[in-house]
Design a protein. Structure first.
Length: 764
C-alpha cells in the first residue's frame, strides 16, 4: 500500500513541478523571452522536490530520471530545429540554442539541487555534470565537425583583417572549453549564464574537445595559412618588407591568442607560425639581395633589429644571420689589414681596429640584443682575422705609443676609456703570449728610460690585464713597477748623503732594477771605458748600494744612459740631451781633435756599430737638423752625405760653427731602419723565444694535469684535448703538445702506463 501511495505522490509531484515552473521555463525558452527575475514558483517547486526526495532513494532516483528526461527532450527539440539551418547561419543558431539549453539546465539544477545533495552521495555525479554530458552527447556531437569548420573560417577571416567576428569566435571556443571541464558548475551572474570549474577556476583535466578541434582542424588551417602567407610575401616583397609584414602579423596573432585562444595552445600556435613564417624561408630570406648581407653593408640598424626580432622567434634560424655576420666582420678586418700604409702604423691601425670592434659591439647590442650567439660569433670572427702574431705586436706597439706620447694631455677618464678599448681588442688576440713578450720588452724599455708619461696609467693597464688573464700573466710587469717603487726609496736615501747625490758635482739619476723582470738587450749592457771623473761617480753609488744590500752585485747598463751636455765653446751655452757614448765621443774629439770612428770605438772599448749609431744622432737628429744637412750637425766629417752612411775609416771632428736657436735640444739617435735581412733574422730569433715560452707553458700545463690525476688512467687523446683547452695564451697544436709530452717523458716527469701504452702516468 505504501509503495502505491509513494508512486502516486511522485506522479502528483511531477505534475505540480511542471505546473509550477518547468512548463513555464520551456515556454519562455521557446519564445526566447525568459524573464530575468526568478519565477515566484521556484521555491514551491524546490519544496516539492525536497519533500519527494525525503521519501527515499528510489523516489530520488525517479526524480533524477525525470530531470534528465526533461533536459533531453528539450535538447532533441532544439537539435531538430538547428539541423534545418544553413552553414551561413549555423554558428549564430548554435550559439542561440546552446544558450537556451544552458538556461534550462541552470533552472533545472536549481530546482533539483536537493537531489544533488541527497542522491549523489552514492552516485558521485553532480546534476551539472549530468546535464553537461547530455548537452555534449545529445546536441554538440551532432554539429561538432560543422562547428569546427565554420569557426575556423571565422578565424581565417579574422587573420585576413575582418575582426568583427571575434566575439562570436570567442563564444564558440568558450563552449569548447566548457565541454572539457571535469567538475562543471553552472551559474548566473550579471544576467549571464556560464559554466565554471571547481573554485570558479575554469580549469580542465582532459581537454578532449579542444584538442580535437586544435589538432584536427585549427593546426592544419594555421600552418596552411602561414605557409601560403610566407610564400606569397617572400615572392612579392623585399627582405625588410617581408620581416616587417610578418612581425605585424605575429603581433596581430598575439592579440588574437589573448582574445580567444586558450593559453595552453599558445606555444603550439607560435611554433607553427614561426616554422612556416621563418623556418621554411630562413635561407631564402637571408640570401636575398636585400637580405642580411645588404642590411649589414648598408648599416640598416632598424632593419637588422626587425630581422633579429623575427628570427629569434624561431632560434634555429639565427644561424642564418650568424653565417653571414661572421665573414662580414672578417672581411672588414681584412680590408684594414690589406691597407699596407695603414697597417704598418700602429698609431692609426689599432684605433681603426678599436673603432671596428666598437661598431660591432654596438651592432650586437642594439640590433641583436646582446644575444650570446652573436657575441660568440663576433669574438670568434675577430680572433680568426687577428690570428697573426702581427696584430699582437701592433697592439703592443700602440700601447707603447700611448704610454710614451699618446696619453699626453688626456684626462684620467680618457686614459681609462682608451685602456678599456685596448683590453677589448686584446681579448680577441689569438696569440696572447706574443703580446705578453712584446709588451714586457717595451714596458721595460720605457720605464728604464723614464719616458712613460704616467706610472698610474701603467699600473691601471697591468690591473686590467691581471683581471683578464690572471696574476701569472703580469708577473714581470708587476715586478718592474715594484722595482721602480723600491728604487725611488733608494734614490731618496742616496740624496741624503753629504754630497746630496752629486759626487764630483755630477748629479746622478740611477735606476736599480732586478735582472729577472727587465728586458734589456745585450747592446745596452756593452761595456764602455769611462773617464776617471765618471768612474769615480759610479764607484761612489756602488759602494753606497752594496753597503745596504750585502751580497748584491751591480751590472751597469750604460747604454741606456742619458746625459745633459752644456756646450761652452759654441756661440751660446746650448744644452743637449745626449747618450753617454755621444758625450764620451765629444770628449775624445775635444781632447784629441780629428779621429776616425774606429779610433773612437777603440778608445771607448765598444763596437764600431755603437759609435756609428750615436754619431749619426750628433749629425742628423731632426731636432736641430731638420733638413738633414751633413754640414749642420755637431759633428762634421768624411762620411757619405748622400746615403748618410758611416764607415769605420770615416774621420770626424767637432763642428765649431754649429749654431742653433734652441737653448735645449736633443741628439739622441733615431732608430735605424732595418734591412729585410735584419727583419727576417729578428723574426726568426723572436719565433725561437716564443717557441721556448710555448714549450714551457705546455709542459707546465701537462704536468699540472697529470699531477691532479695521480692514480687515474690518462689517455693520450684526452690529455692532448684537455691541455689545448686549458691554454688560452696561444692555440696549442696537437703535434706541439705531443712533442712536449715526449720531452716530459725524457725528463722523467711522466711515463707511459705499463698496462696500456696509450695512457700516461705521473711519476711522483
Amino acid at each position: 500500500m505504501k509503495k502505491a501511495s509513494d508512486a502516486k505522490d511522485i506522479k502528483k509531484g511531477k505534475k505540480m513541478i511542471q505546473k509550477e515552473i518547468i512548463d513555464n521555463i520551456l515556454n519562455y525558452l521557446t519564445k526566447g523571452i525568459f524573464p530575468n527575475n526568478k519565477p515566484e514558483s521556484f521555491m514551491n517547486a524546490y519544496t516539492i522536490v525536497s519533500g519527494l526526495c525525503d521519501m527515499g532513494d528510489k523516489q530520488a532516483k525517479e526524480l533524477l530520471e525525470y530531470h534528465k528526461q526533461t533536459i533531453q527532450n528539450y535538447i532533441f527539440d532544439c537539435k531538430k530545429i538547428l539541423k534545418n539551418q544553413s552553414a551561413n547561419t549555423l554558428i549564430d543558431e548554435f550559439l542561440v540554442y546552446t544558450e537556451k539549453i544552458n538556461t534550462l539546465i541552470q533552472w533545472m539544477c536549481k530546482i533539483f539541487s536537493y537531489i544533488d545533495m541527497h542522491y549523489n552521495k552514492k552516485e558521485k555525479q553532480t546534476l551539472p555534470k549530468i546535464s553537461m554530458d547530455l548537452y555534449k552527447s545529445a546536441f554538440f556531437e551532432d554539429f561538432k565537425n560543422d562547428i569546427f569548420i565554420e569557426v575556423n573560417k571565422l578565424i581565417k577571416d579574422d587573420r585576413n583583417g575582418n575582426t568583427e567576428s571575434r566575439p562570436k569566435i570567442k563564444r564558440v571556443l568558450r563552449i569548447l572549453k566548457d565541454l572539457d571541464l571535469e567538475k562543471p558548475k553552472i551559474m548566473k551572474e550579471n544576467n549571464k549564464i556560464s559554466w565554471v570549474g571547481d573554485n570558479n577556476t575554469g580549469e580542465k583535466s582532459k581537454p578532449d574537445v579542444q584538442d580535437l578541434w586544435f589538432n584536427d582542424y585549427f593546426s592544419k588551417d594555421t600552418w596552411s595559412f602561414a605557409e601560403a602567407k610566407a610564400n606569397n610575401d617572400i615572392r612579392s616583397m623585399s627582405a625588410p618588407e617581408y620581416v616587417e609584414s610578418q612581425l605585424k602579423y605575429l603581433d596581430e596573432e598575439q592579440e588574437r591568442k589573448s582574445e580567444y585562444i586558450n593559453p595552453i595552445y599558445h606555444q603550439r600556435i607560435d611554433a607553427l607560425n614561426h616554422l612556416y613564417l621563418i623556418g621554411k624561408v630562413q635561407k631564402e630570406l637571408s640570401e636575398m639581395d636585400t637580405g642580411v648581407k645588404n642590411m649589414l653593408e648598408t648599416k640598416k640598424e632598424t632593419q637588422l633589429t626587425n630581422l633579429y626580432n623575427l628570427f629569434v622567434l624561431y632560434p634555429e634560424s639565427l644561424q642564418q644571420i650568424s653565417v653571414i655576420f661572421d665573414p662580414y666582420i672578417r672581411n672588414r678586418g681584412k680590408i684594414l689589414y690589406d691597407n699596407k700604409e695603414l697597417a704598418k702604423d700602429p698609431k692609426k691601425f689599432i684605433p681603426e681596429l678599436i673603432s671596428l670592434k666598437k661598431e660591432m659591439d654596438i651592432l650586437v647590442e642594439k640590433c641583436f640584443s646582446n644575444d650570446p650567439l652573436f657575441q660568440d660569433v663576433k669574438n670568434k670572427s675577430f680572433s680568426l682575422f687577428m690570428k697573426k702574431d702581427y696584430y699582437a705586436k701592433q697592439l703592443s706597439n700602440y700601447i707603447d705609443h700611448c704610454m710614451r706620447i699618446g696619453f699626453k694631455g688626456k684626462s684620467p677618464e680618457e686614459i681609462e676609456n682608451t685602456l678599456n678599448d685596448i683590453i677589448s681588442l686584446f681579448k680577441c688576440l689569438s696569440s696572447k703570449l706574443v703580446f705578453q713578450t712584446e709588451s714586457n720588452k717595451k714596458m721595460s724599455e720605457r720605464l728604464i728610460k723614464k719616458v712613460s708619461l704616467s706610472n698610474l696609467a701603467e699600473q691601471s693597464f697591468i690591473s686590467k690585464l691581471k683581471q683578464e688573464q690572471g696574476v701569472t700573466y703580469v708577473n714581470k710587469m708587476q715586478e718592474m713597477m715594484s722595482d721602480l717603487e723600491k728604487n725611488k726609496k733608494e734614490t731618496e736615501s742616496y740624496k741624503s748623503l753629504s754630497h746630496k747625490g752629486m759626487p764630483n758635482n755630477i748629479r746622478l739619476d740611477i735606476t736599480v732594477v732586478s735582472q729577472s723582470a727587465w728586458e734589456i738587450s745585450n747592446k745596452n749592457m756593452e761595456k764602455i771605458e769611462l773617464p776617471k771623473f765618471l768612474e769615480t761617480c759610479l764607484n761612489d753609488f756602488e759602494r753606497f748600494y752594496i753597503n745596504k744590500h750585502q751580497g748584491q752585485k751591480l751590472i751597469w747598463c750604460l747604454g741606456l744612459s742619458k746625459v745633459e751636455i752644456q756646450y761652452l765653446y759654441l756661440h751660446s751655452k746650448n744644452i743637449s740631451i745626449s747618450t753617454l757614448p755621444q758625450l764620451l765621443s765629444l770628449l775624445i774629439l775635444e781632447q784629441n781633435g780629428q779621429q776616425t770612428l774606429g779610433e773612437i770605438a777603440g778608445r771607448l772599448g765598444c763596437s764600431v756599430d755603437t759609435v756609428i749609431t750615436d754619431i749619426h744622432g750628433l749629425v742628423y737628429n731632426p731636432n736641430f737638423n731638420p733638413q738633414g744637412d751633413p754640414n749642420k750637425g755637431i759633428i762634421v766629417g768624411t762620411f757619405n752625405a748622400q746615403t748618410k752612411e758611416f764607415k769605420e775609416s770615416d774621420t770626424i771632428e767637432i763642428n765649431k760653427n754649429f749654431v742653433i736657436s734652441k737653448i735645449k735640444f736633443n741628439t739622441l739617435p733615431l732608430p735605424q731602419k732595418k734591412t729585410q735581412e735584419q727583419v727576417k733574422l729578428q723574426e726568426v730569433e723572436e719565433a725561437k723565444i716564443i717557441r721556448k715560452y710555448q714549450e714551457n707553458i705546455i709542459q707546465a700545463t701537462v704536468t699540472r694535469i697529470m699531477k691532479s690525476r695521480i692514480g687515474q688512467p690518462t689517455s693520450h687523446v684526452w690529455l692532448v684535448g684537455e691541455t689545448s683547452k686549458q691554454i688560452d695564451l696561444f692555440k696549442a697544436q696537437p703535434q706541439q703538445i705531443k712533442e712536449n709530452i715526449e720531452k716530459l717523458i725524457e725528463k722523467n716527469v711522466i711515463k707511459r702506463s705499463d698496462a696500456d701504452r696509450t695512457c700516461y702516468e705521473y711519476i711522483a
